[in-house]
Design a protein around this ligand. Structure first.
Ligand code: AMP
Ligand code: MG
Length: 274
């Protein structure tokens, strides 16, 4: 890992048990990167590196990477996926969005649909929202009783440990935007006809609960950032900073995993192709 990668990770990673104050984390921080143009070029290069590493992961076929993206509406989860994985071959990637649970999903425990969507060996799985909604929206909107929500932090840690012990590396990113930035992005969805489809009146209701959501995020970060599955708080008001930070950490993590092309049991010169 390079010094730059190390310093980026040190800045955004949440230590186990650390109490994060989101209001003290600058959503516009760009101090870890140079100018916008150079940083965007560097991110494009990282996306290609991620593809090359993913090819090795796929060939090795024994481990997986799970990338979890959480953030309020308009925080840029879709845009992150589009940019960071835009060079990654589709064979080895799955993207799963988690919305309001269906009737079938509600007939099971909250981790059922999540476990089913976890990446198979050799692939990268990206979650657009995740099981963390069960301690965020379900908590804030009282969709589940407080004592049930309270049990879930430990359950989630145990679930993620189980995944890690069975060959999945986990990275969790909270896209941290300011309330003002969200206002601008929601307004854009009203102003631009091509963005109308993204506008959901329900997002305005969630905005009323902004402070309660920030509290729920802080608790989630404190209780569920672990050595085996760390949380990262990504300054996300500037899209290019958000993309650069996440691409850097994904690439460094894959490099650390160091997937290997499998050794074959034959020599190429044993064969002649007629
Ligand atoms: P979007 O990501 O914009 O497509 O919206 C998905 C919606 O599904 C968000 O409003 C989430 O809060 C909601 N959602 C996701 N998981 C749950 C859950 N477990 N319970 C209730 N709502 C959820
Ligand atoms: Mg939405």
């Amino acid at each position: 890992m390079t010094e730059l990668e190390r310093s980026i990770i040190a800045k955004v990673r949440v230590a186990p048990g650390e109490r994060v104050r989101l209001t003290e984390r600058d959503t516009r921080d760009s101090s870890l990167f140079g100018g916008e143009k150079d940083t965007k070029a560097a991110t494009a290069a990282l996306a290609k590196d991620i593809d090359a590493l993913q090819d090795r992961l796929y060939a090795e076929g024994s481990r997986a990477l799970l990338v979890i993206l959480q953030g309020t509406d308009t925080s840029g989860k879709d845009g992150t996926i589009r940019t960071v994985f835009n060079a990654t071959g589709p064979l080895g990637v799955t993207v799963t969005p988690f919305g309001v649970p269906t009737r079938t999903e509600l007939a099971h425990d909250y981790l059922w649909r999540v476990h089913a969507a976890c990446p198979r060996r050799g692939t990268i799985g990206i979650f657009n929202r995740s099981h963390y909604e069960s301690v965020l929206v379900e908590k804030v909107r009282n969709l589940s009783p407080p004592d049930i929500v309270e049990q879930r932090y430990d359950q989630i840690n145990a679930f993620e440990k189980h995944l890690v012990e069975n060959g999945t590396t986990i990275l969790k990113f909270m896209l941290h935007i300011s309330k003002d930035e969200q206002k601008e992005r929601l307004q854009e969805r009203l102003d631009d006809p091509q963005k109308h489809w993204k506008f959901n009146p329900g997002d305005l209701e969630d905005r009323i609960y902004w402070d309660a959501y920030q509290d729920a995020y802080e608790t989630m970060l404190e209780r569920c950032s672990t050595h085996h599955a760390p949380w990262h708080v990504i300054p996300a008001d500037r899209k290019w900073v958000r993309n650069a930070a996440i691409a850097t950490i994904v690439k460094a993590t894959l490099e650390d995993m160091n997937p290997q092309y499998p050794k074959v049991q034959w020599q190429p010169d044993e064969f002649t192709i007629s």
